[in-house]
Design a protein around this ligand. Structure first.
Ligand code: ADP
Ligand code: MG
Length: 152
């Protein structure tokens, strides 16, 4: 149920985002957790690039959520939930969880009940170098075989 990866640098983090993007479709939700500077936005940038997202994928801190049209027509919605304390506040954004691919930074614990299936990605910094320890967990029926799909 859980994949653990050691990601040596920012380029490798973008590549991981691209690998994830290949699995995603409308209605999918990815929740990113990890401290400031962990690489949440970097991963999302790689994911967006692989989807052909228009517009720069940057930290959406001041707008909370940004919608990027993509090549497939399914938009990428990139959310920074840092300043949202509760699930209720995130709910008030009225995001299109069914029609978009939604990626939420700082979303851990704030998305309960929003989807039956979602992917949690926790990023931890290694104290010695730039390496990030990434833990990817699929929840719900859609991601029952996420480990194999990531490996394949
Ligand atoms: P967050 O969104 O989690 O706050 P960012 O992705 O904005 O983090 O920033 C991560 C920073 O760390 C970037 O400047 C990136 O270039 C750098 N970095 C160095 N090593 C890595 C790595 N292994 N994975 C991701 N980012 C890395
Ligand atoms: Mg960020």
């Amino acid at each position: 149920m859980t994949t653990r990866l050691s990601i040596p640098d920012a380029d490798a983090m973008e590549e991981l985002g691209a690998r994830l993007a290949a699995l995603l479709a409308a209605g999918d939700l990815v929740v990113l957790d990890g401290p400031l500077g962990a690489g949440k936005t970097t991963l999302t940038r790689g994911l967006g690039a692989a989807l052909g997202a228009r517009g720069a994928v940057t930290s959406p801190t001041f707008v909370l959520a940004r919608e990027h049209p993509t090549a497939s027509g399914v938009p990428l919605v990139h959310v920074d939930a840092y300043r949202l304390a509760t699930a209720r506040e995130l709910d008030d954004l009225d995001l299109d969880y069914d029609g978009a691919i939604v990626v939420v930074e700082w979303g851990a614990g704030k998305l309960d009940g929003v989807a039956d299936s979602w992917i949690d990605i926790a990023i931890a910094r290694d104290s010695l170098d730039d390496t990030r320890d990434v833990t990817i967990t699929g929840h719900g029926p859609r991601w029952a075989h996420l480990d194999a799909r990531l490996a394949g």
